[in-house]
Design a protein around this ligand. Structure first.
Ligand SMILES: Cc1cc2nc3c(=O)[nH]c(=O)nc-3n(C[C@H](O)[C@H](O)[C@H](O)COP(=O)(O)O)c2cc1C
Length: 215
């Protein structure tokens, strides 16, 4: 299994392989937004999926996939259960990495930074856009806790449905969003012969510093 990252890719978007530090002269966000849009246009699977890295109170890392539900100059937002393992990690060590991997475009975007819970009103706004089934699922799952059987899970969903009937479903008090405020951002574009392009921006004393890195 060896892919040669030649510019000619079988996708509808032809990636700009000449990634260079000047491409983030206006900050990391405009390029990040363009790359995400390119991934959507190219039909990349789950283009807003990020691999989220956290560390627990012992410094042990864990990663899992979540969906990025907001990205702007302030950072990357995702939603989850505030009692989950990842949330416990973030309560202990409020710092995370998020990696977008857009394989059809031979691109990767990595972000690292401080993590905060977003305001309840922002969570509420997003919650209202979720399908009813997903809202019930959030109520029914004590994410990351053991469960005796599949039947118990299915029963919890039915119970949640009976509890709310046809009423509006409120945001569970144990569910909401987190935002990663970037301090490190790295754009990676695959090139032939493993001589890829990497551009990294770091926030130092309130100013972004950008460098090209060796592949
Ligand atoms: C494509 C994909 C998208 C996912 N999106 C989310 C998400 O947005 N929020 C979430 O809590 N879990 C999501 N999950 C499940 C997580 O990967 C993970 O199993 C769950 O959040 C529990 O993680 P934890 O025990 O480390 O807290 C997603 C999984 C996949 C494969």
């Amino acid at each position: 299994m060896r892919v040669d990252y030649t510019p000619a890719t079988p996708v509808t978007v032809s990636p700009d392989v000449d990634l260079k530090p000047e491409d983030v002269a206006d900050g990391w966000f405009p390029l990040a937004r363009r790359w995400l849009a390119d991934a959507v246009s190219a039909g990349a699977p789950e283009p807003n999926a990020i691999v989220l890295g956290t560390v627990d109170e012992h410094g042990h890392p864990a990663t899992r996939t979540v969906l990025c539900k907001g990205i702007d100059a302030d950072g990357v937002t995702f939603f989850t259960n505030y009692g989950s393992d990842k949330a416990r990690h973030l309560d202990a060590v409020p710092y995370a990495s998020a990696t977008f991997v857009w394989l059809p475009l031979h691109r990767q975007l990595g972000i690292r930074g401080q993590v905060t819970r977003i305001p309840a009103e922002e969570t509420e706004t997003y919650w209202r856009t979720r399908p009813r089934g997903s809202q019930l699922g959030a109520w029914a799952s004590h994410q990351s806790q053991p469960v005796a059987s599949r039947a118990d899970l299915d029963h919890a969903l039915v119970e949640a449905g009976e509890r709310f009937g046809v009423d509006d479903i409120p945001v569970p008090p144990f569910w909401g969003g987190f935002r990663i405020s970037p301090e490190f951002v790295e754009f990676w574009q695959g090139r032939p012969n493993r001589m890829h392009n990497r551009v990294r921006s770091r926030l130092v004393d309130g100013r972004w510093h950008t460098q090209r890195l060796q592949p």
